[in-house]
Design a protein around this ligand. Structure first.
Ligand code: ATP
Ligand code: MG
Length: 189
């Protein structure tokens, strides 16, 4: 029996698909966010879980906070990776705990009446050894029929790709980061 999320409206799709947005090009997280906006526009209920994305510098979250009554809930996990204007790439024990907490949250939300669940950067968390491939496979296997599930992040494991219904591989045909640009507020985060 699905638990009610408390979100305002309800409209259930017949059969939810499994999407993977991966690759080294820009647009994975923002594609998922665009889909979330489209979904709530039709009264669907949307949940977003951010893996390994602690910190308060992601611009979209200020807007998501305002959209709670329109059908979006989100939770962010992870210790901040950006310290000052530098990224931290090593894993500290808290990173692993946060990843496990994010998985637990995903499993809880799988039991709710959400129509769309976005697990942002979950694929990347396998590459960075915060999660195992089986953590994602288990989530996919628990997916309720109606739920549309979106898994974003580079380096999607092949086992996850095998289970997906849709894979979009963002290809960095050109990217200004190769010219040494820093991440920009409002564009990259
Ligand atoms: P977006 O969030 O813009 O949709 P994405 O989810 O496809 O992008 P990620 O791999 O999650 O991309 O990277 C987050 C952001 O950081 C992206 O906007 C990406 O273009 C940018 N980025 C990628 N590589 C670098 C880098 N080396 N330095 C700074 N920023 C980078
Ligand atoms: Mg991303």
């Amino acid at each position: 029996m699905a638990t009610n999320t408390g979100l305002a409206r309800q409209q259930t799709t017949a059969e939810g698909k499994i999407h993977v947005y991966t690759g080294d090009g820009k647009g994975k997280t923002t594609a998922a966010l665009g889909l979330a906006i489209r979904a709530i526009g039709h009264g669907l209920k949307v949940g977003i879980i951010y893996f390994d994305k602690g910190g308060d510098y992601y611009g979209e979250r200020h807007i998501l906070d305002k959209l709670k009554n329109d059908g979006i809930i989100y939770k962010a996990f992870g210790y901040p990776r950006m310290l000052g204007n530098r990224f931290r790439f090593d894993n500290i024990p808290q990173d692993l705990q946060e990843a496990q907490a994010a998985i637990k949250q995903a499993q809880e939300w799988l039991k709710t009446d959400l129509d769309l669940l976005i697990l942002d950067e979950i694929n990347t968390a396998v590459k960075t050894e915060l999660l195992n491939t089986d953590d994602i496979v288990d989530i996919i296997k628990q997916k309720p029929t109606q739920l549309e599930l979106v898994l974003t992040g580079r380096y999607c494991p092949p086992e996850v790709m095998d289970l997906a219904d849709l894979i979009t591989d963002m290809k960095a045909t050109k990217h200004y980061f190769s010219q040494g640009l820093d991440a920009r507020e409002g564009i990259e985060y």
